[in-house]
Design a protein around this ligand. Structure first.
Ligand code: ADP
Ligand code: MG
Length: 330
């Protein structure tokens, strides 16, 4: 029997070219209603270009998109009523207060004056901006602006929300708040597609992760599924005396019969399919007179997954932001 579940997003073979650059090169997506999908990829991978096509802002050169079953090209107006998109709202007025700005957008969406004030106040509360509701936007920090941007896109409580790098450049505290807000949106019944360059963000938030690289989907799975696909757990050992690290590598390679990597001067990483071998490794090291300061068995991280998937090209390594950025504004 045919499956009748309506997907929030169903995209097939999306293509967008700019001159000779195939920025999006055959992307397919299938995103269930009520979930968070994380689109993960380095700078220039094609994330924004993909979102723009999904959100009716740009026309695909090839392929098709349905949003809750409505075709973005043939039923554009209906689709626009179902989605919210955050970006930089150039039309926000710097001299007006946060409350006034939100109310203007409320009026644009057809709310009465009274209702747009009510909705604006609800959103200011939800985003922790009530205290600064009457402050002019020109006096807002970067983090406060970002939250207001998101609030604006939620005025109409859309069932599908696109968030394009919602936390890039935010300080860690604001970023964690933003994650909570995003989780609340989904609890409230919305579906969220967010793009990110941060592996930990996708890991924390997403039910499903789509990894894109050079305009193509290179993997699509749950965070745990992706980690499993990257292979086995690994054994991380730190030797007390860095001079003995090379010797330790030889000892462990002999026991495991596998290549051991020296990550730092005194940290070794070995594949660990079989945790029972750990005792043999530790015994052999003790017999060789090599003392340890730390022992861990770790699941593959999403960064290892990502590097494995994209061939770990130096370009990606350079551009992928594994570390959190410091906020320049807050
Ligand atoms: N309007 C445009 N004109 C020309 N090239 C563009 C345009 N928008 C994006 N690109 C190119 O398309 C590729 C993908 O860009 P983008 O979708 O912005 O990536 P991401 O959002 O993943 O960083 C890049 O090579 C970028 O330079
Ligand atoms: Mg982008």
């Amino acid at each position: 029997m045919k499956n009748n579940v309506i997907l929030a997003i169903e995209a097939h073979g999306l293509v967008k070219t700019f001159g000779h650059n195939r920025a999006v090169d055959g992307v397919c997506l299938s995103i269930p209603t009520g979930s968070i999908c994380g689109v993960l990829g380095p700078n220039g991978a094609g994330k924004t270009t993909t979102i723009n096509m999904l959100a009716t802002l740009s026309k695909p050169d090839a392929g098709s998109v349905k949003i809750f079953g409505y075709d973005v090209l043939r039923e554009t107006q209906i689709v626009r009523q179902l989605i919210g998109l955050t970006g930089q709202f150039a039309s926000i007025d710097e001299d007006l207060t946060a409350l006034e700005n939100l109310m203007i957008f409320g009026r644009l969406y057809g709310y009465s004056r009274k209702d747009s004030r009510r909705r604006a106040n609800e959103l200011l509360e939800e985003f922790g901006l009530s205290d600064v509701a009457k402050r002019a936007l020109s006096k807002f920090s970067g983090g406060m602006r970002r939250r207001l941007d998101l609030a604006v896109s939620l005025i109409s409580q859309p069932p599908l929300i696109f968030l394009d790098e919602p936390t890039t450049g935010l300080d860690p505290r604001t970023r964690t708040q933003m994650w909570q807000t995003i989780r609340n949106l989904v609890k409230g019944g919305s579906t969220v597609l967010l793009t990110t360059q941060y592996l930990d963000e996708a890991d924390q938030l997403a039910d499903n992760i789509v990894v894109i690289d050079r305009g193509r989907v290179v993997a699509s799975d749950t965070p745990d599924g992706l980690k499993c696909s990257a292979g086995s757990n690994s054994l991380h050992l730190t030797v007390k005396d860095a001079d003995k690290a090379v010797n330790a590598v030889q000892v462990i390679e002999r026991i495991l019969g596998a290549k051991v990597r020296l990550a730092e001067v005194s940290e070794l990483i070995a594949p660990m399919d079989n945790a029972d071998k750990l005792i043999d490794v530790l015994t052999a090291l003790r017999d060789a007179g090599i003392a340890l300061s730390e022992v861990n068995i770790l699941q593959p991280t999403l960064d290892e997954v990502f590097f494995a998937l994209t061939g770990g090209s130096s370009k990606n390594k350079r551009e992928l932001k594994v570390k959190k950025e410091e906020n320049k504004n807050d």
